[in-house]
Ligand binder design. Sequence first.
Ligand code: NAP
Length: 242
Amino acid sequence: MDKKKIAVITGGAQGIGLAIAKNLSDAGCRVVIVDLDKEAAQAAATPLEGAAYAADVSDENSVEKTIDEIIENEGRIDILVNNAGITKDSLLVRMSMEDFSKVIDINLSGVFNFSRSAVKKSMMRNRTGNIVNIASVVGLIGNPGQANYSASKAGVIALTKTMAKELAGRGIRVNAVAPGFIETRMTDALSDKVKEGFLKNIPMRRLGTPEEVAKAVGFLVSEDSSYITGQVLVVDGGMVTG
Ligand code: NAP
């Protein structure tokens, strides 16, 4: 029997990341959950018989150390899902440099940090690997109040395309998933009035579920997508069609 694929999911303790971890575990992978809080990561990993690590994706040293430990304990990294992300919303004129930089550091530099280390230390050596970056539709179309977040996600999309071109010859595929509005703690906090406003712009007239995003990731890391790299798969109920 084939060995289980080792799938690392950043920000996997809850929300979309946890749904991705469950889906990949069901698909036969050994999941490795990385999150800021070790206890939260462990609580998510234990029912999946996976492993848990604490790391801040924006901290280069923390990421290098975590990747070293994962490779030492698991042997290699076959799949990396860069899912960790935050928002710090406000209108451009009120946004502090600190809030702009914080979001870029975690959402964009975090993807760079984790990918570079996993590629250099495992995937390139094994001449195989699969990376999926969780972007957002706002990285394609922008969104008032999210200058930092939308710029970070647009950066993730460009980084995805560049990594795909650099790494295809090494047997490594790199794609992105761009969710629209998904039912997580982020959208739970919104008032019914704000949700109604969102729904008007979603042709399917409902929010998506974390599981629907996870299935898109599952497709991109499977052999069913073996000739697909450098693409952005939009999961948004029809909001962005261009
Ligand atoms: P979430 O519920 O807030 O989960 C994000 C996870 O990432 C949390 O466990 C969080 O830990 C962790 N995290 C935050 N900063 C981190 C860091 N520096 N290093 C490591 N882990 C970190 O978010 P979500 O809604 O599931 O979103 C997951 C991804 O999907 C994000 O990239 C987000 O931008 C993207 N997305 C979400 C939606 C949506 O509608 N929800 C739409 C489009 C795209 P703590 O709880 O300890 O902070």
